[in-house]
Design a protein around this ligand. Structure first.
Ligand code: SF4
Ligand code: SF4
Length: 304
């Protein structure tokens, strides 16, 4: 006999899977549709151009949170170290003439510490009108940002990536309300509380540099995290290991960057697709370490 599906049946089914789960499911599906439409649009806008999927860059190297094992070595930067706006403007404009970028993340360190954060957002958008641009923050300063910060976000269509950590646990609701009030586009801030309690470190280093670089590169989860730092592009955040060298008086080989003023976009493709000498310091086949979040004690073991 044919089964008749009534409105009541549907409501009962919805109740069984809980409305909230359904809401989250739809949110995920619609979010992914929106992202896919963006990807198609990005390809059409950049037909025939060289492009990379992802780039991140520091607005400052220091941080106001200093998480244990930070993969950008920010806890080891003990003096305020800001990126120079003029140099960054030259860099990002030069880069935009050589290649398109799908996603750009302005980060640090904590980028909201930079007094010219609005200008960084503006020049990035002007150089890359078709990219998804994020400002990545730990959120500590979100409630204190002046109105012109929120206006700049809206004007240049910059999204916020809020990495939630335990010290702000009591402020989550207030921050969400604040973001909503300022009509900020938020992504990735909805992690569950269990995720927040854990820190995931993607770069456990082998201190003796005895790993096979090819194998390490093959299994590496950070190799797509291209970093722009002071006129050069790097395969991954290992470029900031010079901070560990400074702090621990060590002598690890610092990765060589790709000079954006010297080389063409074509040469970049091959540069990014092969291991760098520093890969021998990365454990291969090791999954990211997860451990309870805590403030760094600035011990070398945190990065091993
Ligand atoms: S908030 Fe981010 S940049 Fe700052 S120390 Fe933690 S992981 Fe590093
Ligand atoms: S140095 Fe090589 S293996 Fe290590 S994080 Fe960078 S790309 Fe990956």
């Amino acid at each position: 006999m044919k089964k008749v599906v009534t409105k009541r049946h549907i409501l009962l089914q919805l109740r069984r899977v809980h409305y909230m789960n359904l809401y989250k499911f739809l949110d995920r599906v619609l979010g992914s549709l929106q992202y896919r439409s963006f990807v198609v649009w990005f390809y059409l806008q950049n037909l025939g151009k060289l492009w990379i999927p992802y780039l991140e860059t520091h607005l400052c190297d220091h941080c106001n949170l200093n998480c244990k094992s930070c993969s950008h070595f920010c806890p080891l930067v003990t003096e305020p170290t800001f990126t120079d706006l003029e140099q960054y403007t030259r860099d990002i404009r030069t880069l935009s003439k050589k290649l398109a970028i799908r996603t750009i993340r302005l980060m640090g360190g904590e980028p909201l510490l930079h007094p010219q954060v609005n200008d960084f957002m503006r020049v990035t958008r002007e150089a890359y009108p078709h990219s998804r641009i994020f400002i990545v923050t730990n959120g500590l300063l979100l409630l204190k940002m002046p109105n012109d910060f929120w206006e700049t976000l809206r004007q240049y269509h910059i999204r916020i990536h809020w990495s939630k950590y335990p010290p702000l646990r009591d402020k989550f609701a207030e921050i969400y309300k604040h973001l909503k009030k300022h009509r900020a586009l938020l992504e990735f801030g909805e992690m569950s509380n269990e995720d927040i309690e854990c820190f995931h470190s993607f770069s456990p280093f082998s201190p003796n540099g005895t790993e096979d670089p090819k194998q390490a590169f093959k299994g590496c989860m950070s190799k797509g995290c291209v970093n722009l730092y002071r006129g050069k592009l790097y395969t991954c955040p290992a470029c900031y290991v010079f901070r560990a060298n400074e702090y621990f008086h060590a002598n690890h080989e610092v990765p060589e960057g790709w000079d954006i003023y010297k080389y063409s976009g074509k040469e970049l493709q091959s540069f990014l697709n092969k291991p760098i000498p520093f890969c021998r310091y990365c454990h291969h086949g090791v999954h990211p370490k997860s451990f309870p979040w805590e403030v760094s004690k600035r011990k070398a073991e945190e990065w091993m």
